[in-house]
Ligand binder design. Structure first.
Ligand SMILES: Nc1nc2c(ncn2[C@@H]2O[C@H](COP(=O)(O)OP(=O)(O)OP(=O)(O)O)[C@@H](O)[C@H]2O)c(=O)[nH]1
Ligand SMILES: [Mg+2]
Length: 197
């Protein structure tokens, strides 16, 4: 029996560095930023959930369920992850941000392999040097632990998963995999690179 894997794309932040524009919806090379992420992730999972705290109607136009944070007040990516964990029946939930348009096409396969090889509860991606805390595959049953952590006032995902059996999947062979767009300048630079490639 094969495992069911769903994904949540986190687009629930304030995007202050983007100047307040909704980061998932800003245009990058003719598409909304989140559409790049959707294209990379869709072939790898069963269902996609989009986590957004504004412009929900626009996000719904992509054809997936849109969820807003249960814990309101922009408490960070943990809040969006907790919400999605409560809305999936999958064996594993893939968590990715909306602002990494070049995510690996073998992201799920390698995160899952890392979990299985290490008998871990979750796996986090790494670019070979640094862990990418918003890119992980985890069991939805970890929801209670994550909720307790958030409700204790904690916000940092890497501090949370450090308390669990976690594995790291390195993607050193894909140098651009986790290129992250936080500012209009980073967006322009990436657009130019994509056009050249
Ligand atoms: N659900 C939810 N997601 C968040 C929240 N804050 C950040 N995120 C998401 O976490 C990921 C990484 O966050 P950042 O790159 O810092 O995005 P951001 O917070 O919108 O941007 P800045 O305000 O410029 O830091 C992005 O996919 C965000 O959408 C939040 O309060 N709730
Ligand atoms: Mg932020």
């Amino acid at each position: 029996m094969s495992l069911q894997i769903d994904a949540v794309i986190l687009a629930g932040g304030m995007a202050r560095r983007m100047g307040g524009d909704d980061k998932g919806l800003v245009e990058l090379n003719g598409k909304a930023m989140i559409e790049h992420t959707i294209e990379r992730i869709k072939p790898q999972v069963k269902e996609i959930l989009i986590n957004a705290n504004r412009n929900q109607t626009r996000y719904a136009e992509f054809g997936f369920t849109v969820l807003s944070d249960e814990h309101t007040g922009f408490l960070g990516p943990l809040a969006g992850t907790i919400t999605a964990m409560g809305h999936t029946q999958a064996d594993y939930l893939l968590v990715v941000p909306c602002d990494c348009p070049l995510l690996p096409r073998d992201l799920v396969a390698r995160l899952l392999a890392a979990i299985e090889a290490n008998d871990a509860e979750l796996a986090v991606a790494s670019d070979g040097e640094r862990e990418q805390p918003v890119v992980m595959l985890l069991k939805p049953s970890l929801r209670e632990s994550m909720t307790a952590f958030l409700e204790a006032g904690e916000r940092k995902i890497d501090f949370w998963y450090a308390k669990h059996r976690f594995a790291v999947a390195a993607f050193a062979d894909q140098p651009n995999a986790f290129v992250n767009v936080n500012t209009p300048e980073q967006k322009q630079r990436l657009a130019a690179e994509i056009n050249q490639s």
